[in-house]
Design a protein around this ligand. Structure first.
Ligand code: GLA
Length: 388
């Protein structure tokens, strides 16, 4: 069978599945969406409600020119606080900070990037702007008309109008509306891991779902969120990912080693990589952390397997992510307060005998090792290697 017909059969299977299981004559969501974890930028972590058309254009300009686009960052996502009033027919309008959403989408697309937006299944968003409750179809149509490529759908006030048992239906409702609107839109569920979303997020059409409450730019919060993801790996795969929240790299409250831990762990977790800093005012160190090609390749590996913890002793942890070429990405993490030597036993990562080890942050071959590899790891730091 040619590649084209394999793809065609794949697409029609997904279409048939959508018809049978999502109810009604629903067009299939694009099966090619989010085959690797989505990469891009989101306004919330740095700008919160100070987001505007100018801020979003500046982010797009930065991504397109600073190497981030080449590294794989394509989604430019507006979070909360863009919404204005509905018009007399109920069609949502942006507020005065976004004078022309269609023109903004055209601008972002002209840079070879994609535009994301944000809403809630409830009457109001978390920042008390207009939500999509009872306007799901209209909102999905408006997003498609504007040229939106990604929707983060945040539970927020939905708890006022839905019972927890209705959450899946509320999320499916917007998925179906998006599918009917006919534009491929990555669908990001944000409900902080409630109701064990990882067990049903994919079945309501989610391409990713938040597994935790909000991250902050603090080592304690980031590390609790990240290291707590162990065990969720079986729910992630191409098209449907666990989301431990957006990146804080470059926002200034963590050390260099702590940001390396953040980025390394998110890549081992096959987490969405949504930069959350001000891209137009970024240090070379921050850019280097976000764009290291060998580290990003761990996240974007086509096998699409989320990594997990293979060893732990007190504050020292070893995590492993199997890669498509048979190699293993291995993170030696030191959560302790002093530098320490951490060892990975090859038997813990299903490698027998001797193997070559490459330092991914340094992009440097370290040689061949028999049975294990040890490294000195700084306080709150990481050594990220590929073992093959
Ligand atoms: C919630 C989400 C955040 C952000 C804010 C916006 O807290 O978890 O990621 O979207 O709402 O109000």
């Amino acid at each position: 069978m040619s590649n084209k017909s394999v793809r065609w059969v794949g697409h029609s299977l997904v279409a048939a599945l959508a018809l049978c299981c999502l109810g009604g004559a629903l067009p299939a969501q694009d099966p090619g969406l989010a085959l690797t974890p989505p990469m891009g930028w989101n306004s919330w972590n740095h700008f919160a409600c100070k987001v505007s058309d100018a801020v979003v254009r500046a982010a797009a300009d930065a991504i397109a020119s600073n190497g981030m686009k080449d590294a794989g960052y394509v989604y430019v996502n507006i979070d909360d606080c863009w919404q204005g009033q509905r018009d007399s027919s109920g069609v949502i309008q942006a507020n005065e900070k976004f004078p022309n959403m269609k023109a903004l989408a055209d601008y972002v697309h002209s840079k070879g990037l994609r535009l994301g937006i944000y809403s809630s299944p409830g009457p109001q968003t978390c920042a008390k702007y207009e939500g999509s409750y009872r306007h799901e179809a209209q909102d999905a149509e408006q997003y498609a008309k504007w040229g939106i490529d990604y929707l983060k759908y945040d539970w927020c006030s939905a708890s006022r109008v839905y019972k927890p048992a209705e959450m899946q239906a509320a999320y499916k409702k917007m998925h179906d509306a998006l599918a009917r609107a006919g534009r491929p839109i990555v669908y990001s569920l944000c409900q902080y891991g409630l109701e064990s979303v990882w067990q049903w997020g994919a079945s309501v059409g989610g391409n990713l779902w938040r597994t935790t409450g909000d991250i902050s730019d603090r080592y304690d919060r980031m590390s609790v969120i990240g290291f707590d993801q162990n065990g969720l790996e079986k729910y992630a795969g191409p098209g449907h990912w666990n989301d431990p929240d957006m990146l804080e790299v470059g926002n200034g409250k963590m050390s260099h080693d702590e940001y390396l831990t953040h980025m390394s762990l998110w890549c081992i977790l096959a987490a969405p990589l949504l930069a959350g800093n001000d891209l137009s005012a970024m240090t070379p160190d921050t850019l280097a952390i976000l764009t290291n090609s060998e580290v990003v390749a761990v996240d974007q590996d086509p096998k699409g397997v989320q990594g997990h913890r293979v060893w732990q002793e007190g504050p020292y942890e070893v995590w492993m992510k199997p890669l498509a070429d048979g190699g293993k990405a291995v993170g030696l993490f030191n959560r302790g307060e002093d530098a320490a030597t951490i060892k990975v036993n090859f038997s813990d990562i299903e490698v027998s005998g001797s193997a070559s080890v490459r330092d991914l942050w340094a992009k440097k071959d370290l040689g061949s090792f028999e049975g294990s590899y040890s490294a000195q790891v700084p306080r709150h730091g990481v050594v990220l290697v590929k073992v093959k």
